[in-house]
Design a protein around this ligand. Structure first.
Ligand SMILES: [Zn+2]
Length: 255
């Protein structure tokens, strides 16, 4: 008998989402389980995470639905090495010819995980400029050894704002049974949150939908036109939540 399983690799379509615009030039093109975002810089596109090999077809479809040509992607930046972010890297790279960007610290694991070969490795404080957008990378290890967060300029209705993403917020890898666990990961994670708290971010972009309630906000945006992504408080609230939750995570607990 056919059994419905949870959203995952077996039935990625259960997480299908409509694409939408978060700001004048940031587009959500991912799925419920794997967030992927396009920045249209005016001189080409930057993709933040391309998702797993299973959900990649939805990213391409969503881009076309938004009038974005995947072949116009110049850079794909990967927040960390896990396969739900990097799994489709070579499909993307061979389709578009884009340059692949990841932190120096996660490069080796990304190759082992997904066959990712970096064109550019970035370290804390590095920047990447394309068209009207400059990404600034902030090294925020903890979830993996090499999580890289990013802040960049955008506009909403022509008004300038700062967008930001915590590149790896999940506390699952703070448990010893997780393959990404390492000595000192909790300390790194908490320090990473503190570093990000120093950034002023008006538009918090989720690394997964649960980070910023992407799906709920998208629904409200579609139905009422109210853009709840623009919220200077949310970044701070989320990072404080992450700190508390990390401190309460039992390193010896089950995954
Ligand atoms: Zn991860």
């Amino acid at each position: 008998m056919y059994q419905r399983r949870s959203i995952g690799d077996n039935e990625p379509w259960l997480g299908q989402m409509e694409p939408f615009k978060i700001s004048d030039n940031i587009y959500f093109v991912g799925s419920f389980q794997e967030s992927c975002h396009i920045i249209d810089t005016g001189e080409g596109l930057i993709l933040i995470d391309s998702g797993s090999i299973y959900t990649f077809y939805m990213v391409i479809d969503n881009m076309h639905r938004m009038g974005l040509d995947p072949r116009n992607i110049k850079y794909a930046f990967y927040t960390h090495y896990h396969g739900d972010h990097t799994g489709s890297v070579n499909q993307l790279k061979y389709l578009t010819g884009c340059k692949v960007v990841i932190s120096k610290a996660d490069e080796k694991n990304a190759f082992e995980e997904s066959g990712l070969i970096a064109d550019i490795t970035v370290e804390d404080g590095d920047t990447l400029k394309l068209g009207n957008t400059e990404l600034r990378f902030i090294f925020t290890p903890g979830h993996t050894l090499g999580v890289m967060s990013v802040v960049f300029n955008t506009t909403v209705g022509g008004v300038p704002y700062t967008a930001g993403m915590f590149g790896g917020a999940g506390p699952n890898s703070l448990k010893k049974k997780h393959r990404s666990y390492y000595d000192g990961c909790l300390n790194d994670y908490l320090n990473s949150c503190d570093r990000l708290l120093k950034e002023k971010v008006d538009i918090f972009i989720g690394n997964h939908c649960w980070n910023n309630n992407t799906a709920e906000k998208a629904k409200i945006l579609k139905e009422t036109g109210k853009n709840l992504f623009l919220d200077p408080q949310e970044w701070v609230k989320f990072l404080e939540f992450c700190k508390t939750r990390a401190k309460n995570t039992d390193p010896d607990g089950e995954l």
